[in-house]
Each structure stands twice: as structure tokens, then as C-alpha cells.
Design a protein around this ligand. Structure first.
Ligand code: PBG
Length: 327
């Protein structure tokens, strides 16, 4: 008895022109969705292009401020800061990470002073500060959890003290969100938010980022703390657990190879979900475009709308400025 819906249903009717396509678009990108990552380095009046990330730079603090202003003027509401630490300041105790006058703390203070409305988020992890290039403290070849989590909580407080609106722990130690939330409350920063990297996978797509910060692991890999790409149910467990420990936003990372995880996490939590469109995803599009194999703008916009379709509320992306200009 079933009758083919044709010709009553013709999907093409809704695709006949640009205006109509816009009217029936199910998802929309907005500048408000973007978080722009920023790399800061020591020195003055200089910027260095990251070799594996064409058109993306590390800035000294003076030039970083100009970059942050440009980002704010484009209508992007938020930046995510990463500091490049010189080798001689790296150790296994995160000493420089807690320095109230460290580069990260200075950068936060400077940006909040010049552009108070910009939502400043800071990366909280030890790898850029670690002589071993790991996200936690190393003992006898192991990345030890609880001591690392305690140190990361202090680091979060140090960023809050400098004026960070959000701390963004990217380390994947167990229990660190709870310790951070408690430490922030105790130390008088109840309004500092936590954007937890909850489902962060041990991914090869971080390669260009490790170039940017000179933060590649000195031995082994990160598989004892970052997640196995085979797993999805575990990602939900991690996100729900971070939410219950006090995360205000939970993140899935990387982005494009993990869109199923974005959707699953979105359906499992009651806080906004962010996705990190990581360095390798950026570089792949850039490299293919350089070769003339892809249209850069179209590939970029298609990737970004895919995050919205998957359910992401926020997107950390190196394309933030380029995309904002097109919106
Ligand atoms: C470090 C950190 C990494 C990224 C953000 N924070 C790399 C890693 O875990 O090794 C990756 C970001 C990117 O690739 O764009 N804690």
C-alpha cells in the first residue's frame, strides 16, 4: 500500500536558489561561536610564523595585544592563550607555570587591561613548562596523577589571580576539575569558569601545535592520560564526570575526526559543549589549499558548520579570524 512520495516530495524544491537555501538552513555559524587560540612568546616587537601552521603566528606580548584587539574588533568574543616557555625555564615541578609574573600571567593581565570585555581563557597543563614535555609531573618514567592535579589547581588559581575569565585544563589528569573548582572557590575566585578538555584523545593531529610551543613529549607518548581513539562510551563518562566535578563547559578534542563524540557528549551533558578544531586539522586544509587541491575558504566553512551540525556550542579554531571576516 505504500506509495512512493515522488513527486510530492522533491528535495530539490528547497534548494533552488541561494535565498531559499538560506531560509531553510538548519544550522548557522556565528562569530559568537568562536574561540581564537593565541600563542605568546618572550621578547619584543616580533612575531614568528609557525612553520607547520601557515599564516599563524606566535607573538611577543606587545604584538599579541594588537592581535587581540583585531580579534575583538572582528566581533570574536574570546581568546584561548598558550605560552611558549624557553628551555631554561622548564623543569619537572612547573615552577614557571606558577610564576605570578610568568608570560601567561602577564599576557592575561595585559589583555584584560586593554580589552576588558574579551573573554580570556588560559591553557592549564604542564607540557610547555615541563622538561619532559608531559602534561604532568614525571616520576620514574610515569606521569603521576594526584600530585600533578594538585599543581594544576595551583596553576589555575595563578591564572585566575592574573584575571583569567576561564581556565582551560588540557591535561587529562583524573580529578583535576574538582581540585580546581575547590581551589578557585577557596582562594576567592568563585566566578572563574572552567572549560574542561574532557574528551581529549591521544591524537597525531596535535603535531603542528607542538611545533608552535616546542612542547613535544621528550619520551614516550601521551596515551596513559589522553584517550584512545577507539573509544566513545568512555568520552561520555569523562564529560559527565567533569561536569559533576564543576566544569562550566566541556570540550571534545580533536574536532573533525571526532564529530560522533561531539554529538554524544552534547546529548549527555547539561553544559555548553566546545570542540577544538586542532592544529593538524588547520594545517591539512592550509596545505591542500597551497597545493591548489582544495578551495581554502569553502573547505574551512564546511568544516566549521560540521561542528555546529554535530552539536557543538563553541568552536576553538585557528580559522576564527578568517571565518569571522566572511560572516
Ligand atoms: C597541551 C595541549 C595540546 C593542545 C592544546 N593543549 C597538545 C597536546 O596535548 O600535546 C593541542 C592543540 C592543537 O593541536 O591545536 N596540553
Amino acid at each position: 500500500m505504500s506509495r512512493s512520495p515522488f513527486p510530492y516530495f522533491r528535495g530539490r524544491r528547497l534548494r533552488t536558489g541561494n535565498n531559499l537555501r538560506r531560509m531553510v538552513a538548519e544550522n548557522h555559524l556565528r562569530k559568537d561561536d568562536f574561540i581564537a587560540p593565541l600563542f605568546v612568546m618572550e621578547g619584543e616587537n616580533s612575531k614568528t610564523e609557525i612553520p607547520s601552521m601557515p599564516d599563524y603566528y606566535r607573538f611577543t606580548l606587545d604584538l599579541l595585544l594588537k592581535e587581540a584587539e583585531e580579534i575583538a574588533e572582528l566581533g570574536i568574543p574570546s581568546v584561548l592563550l598558550f605560552a611558549k616557555v624557553p628551555d631554561e625555564k622548564k623543569d619537572n615541578e612547573g615552577t614557571e607555570a606558577l610564576n605570578p609574573d610568568g608570560l601567561m600571567q602577564q599576557a592575561v593581565r595585559a589583555i584584560k587591561k586593554e580589552i576588558p570585555e574579551l573573554v580570556v581563557m588560559t591553557d592549564v597543563a604542564l607540557d610547555p613548562y615541563s622538561s619532559f614535555g608531559h602534561d604532568g609531573i614525571v616520576k620514574e618514567g610515569q606521569i603521576i596523577n594526584d600530585e600533578s592535579a594538585g599543581l594544576l589547581a595551583k596553576m589555575a588559581v595563578s591564572h585566575a589571580e592574573a584575571g583569567a575569565d576561564f581556565v582551560a585544563p588540557s591535561d587529562m589528569m583524573d580529578g583535576r576539575i574538582l581540585l580546581m573548582r575547590e581551589a578557585l572557590e577557596e582562594m576567592g575566585y568563585p566566578n572563574t569558569g572552567i572549560m574542561a578538555y574532557s574528551a581529549k584523545y591521544a591524537s597525531s593531529y596535535y603535531g603542528p601545535f607542538r611545533d608552535a610551543l616546542d612542547s613535544a613529549p621528550g619520551f614516550g607518548d601521551k596515551k596513559t592520560y589522553q584517550m584512545d581513539p577507539s573509544n566513545a562510551i568512555e568520552a561520555i563518562k569523562e564529560a559527565v564526570s567533569d561536569e559533576s566535578e564543576g566544569a562550566d563547559i566541556v570540550m571534545v578534542k580533536p574536532g573533525l575526526p571526532y564529530l560522533d563524540i561531539v554529538r554524544a557528549v552534547k546529548e549527555a551533558v547539561g553544559v555548553p559543549v566546545s570542540v577544538y578544531n586542532v592544529s593538524g586539522e588547520y594545517s591539512m586544509i592550509k596545505a591542500a589549499a597551497e597545493k591548489g587541491w582544495l578551495d581554502e575558504e569553502q573547505a574551512m566553512m564546511e568544516a566549521l558548520i560540521a561542528f555546529k551540525r554535530a552539536g557543538a556550542d563553541l568552536i576553538a579554531t585557528y580559522f576564527a579570524k578568517d571565518a569571522a571576516r566572511l560572516l
